[in-house]
Write a protein that binds this ligand. Structure first.
Ligand code: FE2
Ligand code: FE2
Length: 175
């Protein structure tokens, strides 16, 4: 066991106290190699970014906000305890992603709870909610793959590459 110390996630920037890097960032779900001791972490944001990266980040923000709302609704309205927990966990991860994007963009966080879209309402059954989850996560993987390929800024490219892996993990939960 390593020493109890401060780690920071390279994807979401959140701090974590522990004796080693967890296999996934407890906040955003980033893979282990992204959670590094504080002295190995340096803020990568704050530099000006290209319009192409900005466009991809804005599109990603919409997906993340929509997913946050959908998962929140499913968690809130499910009577099934497994679904309550599962969709709460997903909601928290997607909210972290939205917050990370806002940080990179230097924008304000949209008022997520007030964005009650019809398409983000919970479906009737767990099966339907899992199918909708799968659809959203598969779409996110595709969109982020493209964004990683097209973003000229190294930090944004890296961010989308890692985000893609997290959403791919989420797909596994629907199997
Ligand atoms: Fe993270
Ligand atoms: Fe996400």
């Amino acid at each position: 066991m390593g020493k109890y110390q401060l780690f920071v996630c390279k994807v979401c920037g959140d701090p974590y106290l522990g004796t080693g890097a967890p296999s996934r960032c407890p906040f955003c779900g980033a893979h282990e190699e992204n959670v590094v001791p504080m002295d190995e972490w340096g803020p990568v944001w704050g530099k000006p970014i290209s319009d192409i990266s900005k466009k991809h980040l804005e599109e990603a923000l919409q997906l993340e906000v929509g997913a946050t709302n959908f998962y929140r609704n499913v968690s809130k309205f499910s009577k099934d305890v497994w679904a309550q927990k599962m969709f709460k966990a997903l909601m928290k991860a997607e909210k972290e992603h939205a917050e990370a994007i806002v940080k990179i963009l230097g924008a304000d966080m949209p008022n997520i709870e007030e964005m009650e879209l019809e398409e983000d309402k919970a479906r009737e059954t767990i099966e339907e909610n899992l199918a909708e989850t799968r659809k959203r996560e598969e779409n996110a993987v595709e969109v982020y793959k493209m964004a990683a390929a097209e973003s000229p800024d190294e930090a944004v490219k890296y961010f989308f590459g890692e985000l893609m892996k997290i959403e791919a993990d989420h797909i596994l939960l629907t199997e």
